[in-house]
Design a protein around this ligand. Structure first.
Ligand code: NAD
Length: 494
């Protein structure tokens, strides 16, 4: 029971969702998620282990192999997705509060995440109705070929904490459209919304055993993730998380040559030319780095600004930074919340210490004092004069820390932007279409925005990384293909 909108919710006790049943961990063990804002216990979860994971895998395997779900009429799977989207919107407050309290992100941003999740399911509801194969009829006169697409099978879903609901929807939307079954292992920092989602999917008519959720604390989390990745009963892993964990998943998945999609880390360049609409570019750079306290895989954490406008640009950025309101994520006026956990806080502080040796600290760099000192906050931080070889230009910080670099030449800036192990996202700001196109094509990144960062309203474009930012794509038609096998049926006419 909540007394005022910004007071913490009462601690909730959840169970896992396996084979259509709510279940404690086989061991009976539990763990708590505490608020990164004020340390209150948000929820208690079963600490599921191998036994729980195996039960979930077997349920998903059995239901897939029975064939009733995987061969169900596409319109039925489409309707489940549409109804689930409606239920998500009807339960938006519950979902948003769970996300806001567990991640520490401002409630309004969490509400946006919930709405985007509903849109993703609506999109894949439409895609489910448009599944079709091809007929090859003209190659030879006495044979016909059919190209058919079939669901890939049992999918293991492993997700991080920064957009805990949205990133699951990118996987369950196409998996349900295709007719797959699933075992999800959400991050132990944010399991709440995955379990609420399981309830809503069930209410929307998803058959028992199609979507299973196992919740596990840190070490068990990696163990359960590894078990999903190595299990011979799982056909595909859809993983979002750090590049290091992604490599561990990839190694385990080699066990049965599993299909894999990996959405990993980034160190994305945001390039501003001198002719750009400066105020829009400043706002874009600001949103690009500080959204979700910088804990965004696509964060524009390397800002490359033309030397001729760099000082003016950075000054405007700092002025905007002063307007950020750090505070209680449930308070409507808060625009920036705390970091996710103590480890992340220590990691970000470590990068700030390194940055002070490598570059010029222009803004932030500390933890705020006063009443915010109990929360896991770091001030919005800007380093200027950063070399692309500096640690703070090369490594993913995953916090509100911006590295500013400058450039004079178009070819040089493309080279610098590409000089990274990552290739998730990038942006270019200019009024010159020729420059925009040359840079967009020159950048080795899965998403390139022109005159925008993060938001263009084009929510269903394929999403994924070049280089060590990942394998495969989510969203769009490519996102659906990841959940389908292609079969050639060749018929000899006699
Ligand atoms: P993480 O890699 O620590 O954890 C992600 C998930 O993997 C969690 O569920 C965790 O329990 C599980 N896991 C951890 N180790 C594992 C192992 N050895 N085997 C199997 N599973 C394992 O990442 P995080 O800290 O939760 O999230 C932050 C990272 O995620 C950042 O690097 C960020 O860039 C990345 N991310 C990428 C995208 C994208 O779409 N590319 C989106 C969001 C976050």
């Amino acid at each position: 029971m909540t007394t005022t909108a910004s007071a913490p919710s009462e601690t909730r006790t959840y169970q896992q969702f396996i084979d259509g049943q709510w279940a404690d961990a086989a061991s009976g063990a539990t763990f708590e998620r505490t608020s990164p804002y004020d340390g209150h216990v948000v929820a208690t979860y079963p600490n599921g282990g191998m036994e729980d994971a195996q039960r979930a895998i077997e349920a998903a395997r059995r239901v897939f192999d029975e064939g009733k779900w995987s061969n169900s009429p596409a319109r039925e799977r489409s309707k489940i997705l549409r109804d689930a989207a409606d239920l998500i919107m009807a339960n938006r407050d519950e979902l948003s509060r769970s996300i806001s309290e567990e991640v520490g992100k401002p409630l309004n941003i969490a509400k946006g995440e919930v709405a985007m999740t509903a849109e993703v399911l609506q999109y894949f509801a439409g895609k489910a109705l448009d599944l079709k194969g091809e007929a090859i009829t003209q190659e030879v006169a006495d044979a016909v070929g059919l190209i058919v697409h079939e669901p890939v099978g049992v999918v293991g879903i492993i997700t991080p904490w920064n957009f805990p609901l949205l990133l699951i929807s990118w996987k369950i939307g196409p998996a349900i459209a295709a007719g797959c079954t699933m075992v999800a292992k959400p991050s132990h920092y944010t399991p709440g919304c995955a379990l609420i989602l399981a309830r809503l999917l069930s209410e929307a008519g998803l058959p028992d055993g199609v979507f299973n959720v196992v919740t596990s604390e840190t070490d068990n989390g990696a163990l359960v993730g590894q078990h999903l990745a190595s299990s011979e009963q799982v056909d595909k892993i859809a993983f979002t998380g750090s590049t290091t964990s992604g490599k561990a998943v990839m190694r385990a998945a080699a066990n049965n040559v599993k299909k894999l999609s990996l959405e990993l880390g980034g160190k994305s360049p945001n390039i501003v030319f001198a002719d750009a609409a400066v105020d829009a570019a400043v706002a874009g750079a600001f949103f690009g780095i500080y959204l979700n306290s910088g804990q965004v895989c696509q964060a524009g954490s390397r800002l490359l600004v033309s030397n001729s406008i760099k000082d003016e640009f950075v000054e405007k950025l700092m002025n905007m930074g002063k307007g950020l309101k750090l505070g209680n994520p449930l308070e409507p006026t808060t625009t920036m919340g705390p970091l996710i956990n103590e480890n992340q806080l220590k990691k970000v502080e470590g990068y700030i210490t390194a940055g002070k040796q490598e570059a010029t600290l222009l803004m932030g760099g500390n933890r705020p004092n006063g009443e915010l000192s109990n929360g896991l906050f770091v001030e919005p931080t800007i380093f200027d004069g950063v070399s692309n070889d500096a640690t703070i230009a090369r490594e993913e910080i995953f916090g509100p820390v911006l590295s500013v670099l400058s450039f004079d030449d178009l070819d040089d800036v493309i080279r610098t932007a590409n000089d990274t192990m990552y290739g998730l996202a990038a942006a270019v700001w200019t009024k010159d279409i020729n420059v925009a196109f040359k840079v967009a094509r020159g950048l080795r990144a899965g998403t390139v925005w022109v005159n925008a960062y993060h938001g263009t309203g084009l929510a269903q474009m394929p999403y994924g990384g070049y280089k060590q930012s990942g394998i495969g794509r989510e969203l769009g038609g490519s996102g659906l293909e990841e959940y389908m096998e292609t079969k050639s049926i060749q018929i000899k006419l006699r």
